[in-house]
Design a protein around this ligand. Sequence first.
Ligand code: FE
Ligand code: FE
Ligand code: ZN
Length: 276
Amino acid sequence: MLNIGSHISSAKGYEAMGKQAQKLGASTFAFFTRNPRGGSAKEIRPEDAARFREMWKEYGDRVIVAHAPYTLNACSDKEEVRRFARETFASDLERMEYTPGNYYNFHPGSHVGHGAEEGIRQIAQMLNGCLKEEQSTTVLLETMAGKGSEIGRSFEELRAILDRVELSAKMGICLDTCHVWDAGYDIVNRLDEVLEAFDAVIGLERLKAVHINDSMNPCGSRKDRHARIGEGTIGLEAFGRIVRHPGLRDLPFILETPNDDAGWAEEIRLLRSLAG
Ligand code: FE
Ligand code: FE
Ligand code: ZN
């Protein structure tokens, strides 16, 4: 059965997220480790994390996909923003050990004018300062739409980051369908070719998760506006091919569609039925 879930609010803690996932019929989920637009984090209650691990084990023990705050930017032109990125990243990796063996996804960053090459160097530098041999978490770079000065708009840019990371065994990629489409990868008409390019540049074994979102804009638009599944420019047929593709179908799929609980439960059912 397709392993799929949506983003779930982390405001009430881990056990509440697990229960919410069950309610939606999800087998995985995503959550923000802290306020996505600010960066403040709630204190973790170890007993809450322990209750979650217990219930999740009984529910299938599928990998979950945490998301770093949007404000994390290791390649900002401002030192205080870069410091926030380092500190937040290190602290989030510690927090992730309350739920061992899962994924921590982040947007590589925006170089705000000083060039992708320098940005890539700074992102790798943050990773080299934060990754630890003993961590159980795999860190995922998200494929980006390429709006503004976003790094990660091409598989080559993500490869360039991975090449500079010392503990690269701790790293993987999360492919966002809206983002790659907006970045110019035609996953509607050329899904096989796109995944072959991914394999050639990065290696499909690095692909650990999929953010499954339709897009409000055409391929190559570099916009990053998510649409509900089947209501955007990617469309239902293409999503059928995506969830059935042998290179993708066993990965965790995360919905980041503009929806409510009932809508996500419905999208989960719909995509499972398309997966067959
Ligand atoms: Fe994201
Ligand atoms: Fe995403
Ligand atoms: Zn997005």
